[in-house]
Design a protein. Structure first.
Length: 83
């Protein structure tokens, strides 16, 4: 059985270019609707470029954090026409 961490990574890998999901939406899809903060903590430790964690944003539409810097997150989202 996959851990919650693995499920989060699987959900995030499936977010198409130009689209975003909120931390809460990722938590729901990974099986725990109350774990939005845990999703953020998990993604903060991800450095695998195959997992596009820059596509995960806050529920209010703001970017939220990014382990490579918020400026880089915005740059990637703009490049993908997600913002």
């Amino acid at each position: 059985m996959n851990s919650f961490r693995e499920k989060v990574f699987e959900v995030v890998k499936k977010i198409p270019q130009g689209k975003t999901l909120s931390y809460k939406e990722v938590a729901i899809k990974a099986g725990n609707s109350k774990a939005a903060r845990a999703v953020g903590a998990i993604l903060r430790t991800n450095f695998d470029l195959k997992i596009p964690c820059h596509r995960v944003i806050k529920s209010d539409g703001t970017t939220g954090g990014y382990n490579r810097g918020v400026k880089q997150k915005l740059k990637l989202l703009k490049k993908e026409k997600a913002v």
